[in-house]
Design a protein around this ligand. Structure first.
Ligand code: 5GP
Length: 118
């Protein structure tokens, strides 16, 4: 499957759709989820076009993958989530219910998440 340049996160990266940016650097963008499932619900994406976790882990460089996950942790701490705990999730493909085909990690926190609720 080829990367779809018209997916919503590609449009966000091109500035065609607005977003509420939480963090940005040369390789990573983090922004609030448009339909938050928890009081804090942030999506973290690489700027390069990876479809999903499978694509990112297979084709990203170790530096890129390392930088990305270091930033996921830093962003969660910067949001004050460390003390209470938080969830990091990525949906990979159809069986997981992935909707947007640009790799993204959900950071969810700010409340206790019931097992099996998301
Ligand atoms: P997935 O199921 O693919 O892991 O999750 C995609 C997420 O993207 C969902 O939580 C959904 O609310 C979020 N989302 C979809 N469209 C937009 C959008 O246009 N802007 C933002 N900020 N989030 C979006």
């Amino acid at each position: 499957m080829a990367y779809d340049n018209d997916n919503i996160f590609a449009k966000i990266l091109r500035g065609e759709i607005p977003n509420t940016t939480v963090y940005e650097d040369e390789a990573v963008l983090a922004f609030n989820d448009i339909a938050p499932k928890t009081p804090v619900h942030v999506l973290v994406i690489p700027k390069r076009p990876y479809i999903d976790m499978d694509d990112f882990s297979a084709n990203g460089s170790p530096e890129e993958i390392g930088h990305f996950f270091i930033k996921v942790g830093e962003i969660a701490r910067s949001l004050g989530l460390h003390d209470g705990g938080y969830r990091v999730v990525t949906n990979n493909g159809e069986n997981a219910g992935q909707i947007v085909p640009h790799f993204h990690v959900h950071i969810m926190g700010g409340q206790r998440i019931k097992e099996g609720s998301m």
